[in-house]
Design a protein around this ligand. Structure first.
Ligand SMILES: Cc1ncc(C[n+]2csc(CCOP(=O)(O)OP(=O)(O)O)c2C)c(N)n1
Ligand code: SF4
Length: 256
């Protein structure tokens, strides 16, 4: 969607929940974090959540979103966004709590929190950016690094005999979460669909049904060392082949 600004230059419409003063944002050119957060901003507008939401961001490039929105925001220690938002939601059930993190934050240092929040069915929304590496620290192997993928710490490609297989987070959450869960995997290559998943995840929390978890396949061209064409090919072919995009749990599907 576009709008005409006073200087007659066409500008993309910005979500009202965005903090305009902090734009253009701080992510590298071609980074997927901005696409995920723009979709989230539009959903916040459409569901009227600006004054109810507490947005938590992790350590990692997700922390660059600490001043991204005009909503109450908390920036946590690495991997601790899920328990911080869980505590806030338990203390004040009127808020809509969103925990935003990278794959390192969610599947490595914070994996115990993700697993246990899912098992307990915490009524919060967790959004995880899967870019197959530790972005902020220079591109080391993450739990989501694909077999054979080269990173700073796997210069010859991830060897599954040595480093094991990548984590499939939504599949794990979908298995352990109790009734009322909403679980999906979207991709920045299909923002319309991804935005739909984010909206359903937040609606699930508004309706108080259970945990909602959305993993978003994302890009990190800086550490992947890819040009635009290679970046999209990696997301659309390699990542999507290994990490299947779609809904894994809806409250209706499990209970019905
Ligand atoms: C307790 C702790 N351990 C390690 C670090 C160093 N560290 C900072 S960011 C980061 C990795 C972030 O990767 P990820 O969570 O995948 O997010 P991304 O930057 O890719 O979005 C690490 C290991 C830290 N800040 N705190
Ligand atoms: S290092 Fe990667 S994840 Fe971090 S801002 Fe740059 S492109 Fe995005």
């Amino acid at each position: 969607m576009q709008e005409l600004k006073e200087n007659n230059i066409l500008q993309p419409a910005m979500p009202k929940s965005w903090n305009e003063e902090t734009k253009a944002h701080k992510f590298c050119p071609g980074c997927g974090h901005g696409i995920i957060l723009k979709c989230l901003g539009e959903v916040i507008d459409e569901l009227g959540l600006k004054d109810k939401m507490v947005f938590g961001c992790d350590i990692g490039c997700s922390l660059l979103a600490w001043d991204f929105f005009n909503v109450d925001t908390v920036q946590t220690h690495h991997g601790r966004t899920t328990p911080v938002i869980t505590g806030m939601k338990r203390a004040n059930t009127d808020i809509i709590g969103v925990a935003y993190m990278g794959d390192g934050g969610g599947y490595a240092i914070g994996s115990q929190h993700l697993f246990n929040a899912a098992v307990r069915g915490e009524k919060i929304t967790i959004i995880l950016c899967n870019n197959c590496n530790y972005g902020m620290t220079g591109g080391q192997m993450a739990p989501t690094t694909l077999p054979g993928m080269k990173t700073e710490t796997t210069p010859y490609g991830r060897d599954v005999e040595q480093a094991g297989y990548p984590t499939k987070g939504p599949e794990m959450v979908a298995v352990v979460a109790p009734e009322g869960a909403y679980v999906a995997r979207g991709t920045i290559a299909n923002p319309r669909q991804m935005k739909g998943f984010l909206k359903k995840a937040l609606q699930n929390q508004i309706e108080g049904k259970g945990i909602s978890f959305v993993e978003c396949l994302s890009s990190c061209p800086t550490n992947w060392r890819t040009n635009a064409k290679q970046t999209w090919e990696f997301i659309e072919k390699d990542m999507t082949q290994f990490f299947k995009v779609g809904e894994l749990r809806t409250p209706q599907a499990k209970e019905g």
